[in-house]
Design a protein around this ligand. Structure first.
Ligand code: GLA
Ligand code: GLA
Length: 694
């Protein structure tokens, strides 16, 4: 048997499989499931995610019979399990015995049993019962050879990311008391002297419920942090149990892509393997672009280590208003995209399509028509194909550019009813900057401003509303060392307690960026503004939503000026040389094209190429082990294209060695193995315009 390093997934191939709910089916189907799984190349399944009520039918009595039988059956077929601790949803008896474990919404309404995740994250009763089950699961299956990975809970925060019940309120008060100590420190941090909110006792503090008017933004921000921490504590408590009993088995919980409610930097730090559930909308022809950003985050959460796509839909989901299926080939390409971006496998929700319940119209690897279903054919074809990519397992993704993602800034910049404009959306801005980098041909990592590892030439900060001295120092060190930094508008406005930095924005970044912001000038809905072209090189830039009245420092060079409206003639984009690098500040929310124009210039300063008007639907991502580069060429468009690739590169998917331009059909892909290049090199793949109709 293979010996696996401690706390790594116990699998020696790319993971392929999905969520499996055998308890929704008569046992007679299990043999067929295992047979078809093997036929499809499945080597791992996730179970029993929602089966707590079946394992513990009466309090304290665990019935593992059926679970033993299915795990043994799977293992007889060589299929491993990503074993859920089954704590994702409590049984009805527990909820009836202790109705106070049910969560409350912001209006104080108790959310009733009848869906899933029927628990308050802060409930000590829920935690006690969940940990008991976790312990029982670990004792039962810790030594089972099929156990590849622990899957804790499921999608923390999916349905209940925030709870306002009395238990949560008490937990919030404890959390605050630990953070601030004396109540006067809380008054100071929250600025309670505004609007007469001063507290004399922690007992008087409540979570920010529906109130008469705008909520204290500092209180709101702390509630966001607390709520993320409350689920993190639950996660940590389960991890502690598992570490005690099975110290060598890796643990994970499945993330939900760029999910606002949980600070995934914190969650990733305590687990062994990052896993993600990703559901790009097949109705959106550009869905692969935000997907690339999401995957950039997933591989970056643990500093570039491989991660795993734990769930995706084989075709349609069931939870959008309109659930469009994936056209033939889309599921394969989406899977290859995740692998290109560092996922060591591609998994699904779910194996066998449900017959009942809210997800009976959600696609599955084995559709309602069984092995005759289209999804099964595509599943089996991909399972066979992934075996050809065994060599990419464990390799790293090469990126020279990183985008900063800061949850505090995401939360703070979304404070309702108290911002200069409600239109400047953190996620939209982050996606827009990333989208421009994608269009210019770059694979982008996602980082924290305080943790800029070696090897980046350009750091892009779409928005850092809340900025600290530590972040400023880290960014300054990056620039001084020769990096290019570009910072978007409404950044470094407040400190971590939501207080405006002395002297205004961009507070701790003022010296680095060489600029002071005098006033925000958000644009009314529908109004656009223009900014002069940069050094005569590009068309006029356009801005919507947001502009600023800024005062450049004498050290800064004005790169572009507003040329319309009240700000006409004033600086819009400045560049401040510092050490061996430079910091750029963009004071407006630019249109997508304009972002590309600005980034082209910044990429040039960083010594990085920008691809020109090539086929924008083609994405190129390189994984490398230092000896071999694996260049993934992914045509996300429906139209065929032709790509010039390094001569002699071997396409692992076809075993054909490239000797000229590579023709890719719509939704086509190639994975080219070539000797590794110097990391500074851009993968030299050029794309010619589309020239073949599918
Ligand atoms: C009213 C209120 C003030 C202040 C202003 C803000 O005038 O009386 O306290 O909130 O609105 O415009
Ligand atoms: C998430 C959940 C699954 C399932 C799918 C449906 O990924 O983890 O249990 O509900 O969504 O898309």
């Amino acid at each position: 048997m293979t010996a696996f390093p401690p706390r790594t997934i116990r699998l020696d191939a790319l993971a392929y499989g999905g969520d499996y709910n055998p308890d929704q089916w008569p046992e007679e189907t299990w043999e067929e499931d295992a047979r078809l799984m093997l036929e499809a190349g499945v080597n791992i399944v996730s179970l029993p995610v929602f089966s707590w009520p079946l394992i513990e039918k009466t309090p304290g009595h665990y019935d593992f019979g059926w679970l033993d039988r299915i795990i043994d059956l799977l293992w007889r077929h060589g299929i491993k399990v990503d074993l859920a601790t089954a704590t994702a949803t409590p049984p009805a008896w527990l909820v009836r015995q202790h109705p106070d474990i049910l969560p409350h919404n912001v209006d104080g309404v108790r959310l009733e049993f009848g869906s899933r995740q029927a628990y308050c994250p802060s409930s000590p009763v829920f935690r006690e019962h969940a940990l008991r089950l976790t312990e029982a699961m670990a004792n039962r299956y810790g030594e089972h050879p099929a156990l590849a990975l622990w899957h804790i809970s499921n999608e923390y925060g999916d349905h209940v990311p925030r709870c306002w019940c009395p238990t949560s309120a008490a937990h919030f008060r404890d959390w605050l008391a630990k953070r601030y100590g004396d109540i006067e420190a809380l008054n100071e941090a929250w600025g309670t002297s505004c609007w007469g909110q001063n507290y004399t006792d922690y007992d008087h503090v409540e979570p920010p419920r529906t109130s008469m008017g705008p909520i204290n933004p500092s209180q709101q921000l702390d509630f966001e942090r607390f709520s993320s921490d409350a689920l993190l504590q639950l996660f940590q408590a389960e991890i502690d149990v598992l570490r005690r009993i099975t110290p060598d088995i890796a643990v994970t919980t499945n993330f939900m892509s760029l999910f606002k409610e949980l600070n995934y930097w914190d969650f990733a730090a305590v687990e062994d393997l990052v896993t993600d559930d990703a559901y790009p909308d097949p109705a959106d022809p550009q869905a692969h672009v935000p997907a690339a950003l999401n995957y950039g985050l997933m591989r970056s959460l643990k500093g570039g280590q491989p991660w795993l796509l734990l769930e995706q839909a084989p075709s349609a989901v069931s939870w959008r208003d309109v659930n469009v299926p994936k056209v033939p080939g889309r599921m394969r390409l989406d899977s290859l995209q995740a692998i290109a971006h560092g996922s060591d496998g591609a998994m699904f929700f779910q194996w066998r399509q449900a017959k009942f319940g809210p997800e009976k119209y959600h696609s599955a690897m084995l559709g309602h028509r069984g092995e005759k279903s289209r999804s099964f054919h595509e599943t089996a074809a991909l399972g066979a194909e992934l075996k050809r990519l065994a060599a990419v397992r464990g390799t790293r993704v090469r990126a020279r550019v990183a985008v900063v993602a800061d949850w505090d800034s995401w939360w703070g910049s979304a404070a309702p009813d108290s911002l200069p404009s409600q239109r400047l959306d953190w996620l939209e801005q982050t996606r827009a900057w990333h989208g421009a980098l994608f269009a210019l041909g770059h694979t982008v990592d996602v980082v924290q401003a305080t943790d800029l590892r070696e090897g980046y030439d350009l750091i892009v900060v779409p928005n850092l509303y809340i900025a600290t001295e530590a972040q400023a120092q880290s960014l300054a060190a990056f620039v001084e060392g020769g990096g290019q930094l570009i910072v978007g508008p409404f950044s470094a406005v407040v400190d971590p307690t939501e207080k405006v930095h002395a002297g205004g924005a961009p507070g701790p970044l003022r010296d680095l960026l060489g600029v002071e912001v005098d006033e925000w000038w958000p644009l009314p809905d529908g109004q656009e503004g223009t900014i002069t072209s940069i050094a005569g090189r590009t068309p006029t830039l356009t801005t919507r939503i947001w502009t600023e009245w800024i005062e450049p420092a004498p050290s800064a060079e004005v790169v572009a000026r507003y040329d319309s409206g009240v700000l006409a003639g004033r600086a819009a984009i400045v560049r401040n040389a510092r050490g061996r690098g430079a910091a750029w500040y963009v004071s407006a929310a630019l249109s997508d094209d304009s972002l590309e124009d600005v980034l082209r210039l910044v990429l040039e300063s960083a010594g990085l190429p920008a691809r020109e008007t090539a086929d924008r639907d083609v994405e190129i991502v390189t994984r490398t082990d230092g000896e071999t580069d694996f260049i993934f060429v992914l045509n996300h468009g429906q139209t065929a294209t032709s790509v010039t690739v390094p001569a002699g590169a071997l396409d692992l998917l076809t075993d054909v060695t490239a000797s000229g331009p590579l023709d890719l059909p719509g939704l086509g892909a190639a994975v080219l193995a070539t000797p590794a290049r110097h990391p500074k090199d851009f993968p030299t793949v050029t794309i010619s315009p589309k020239n073949i109709e599918v």
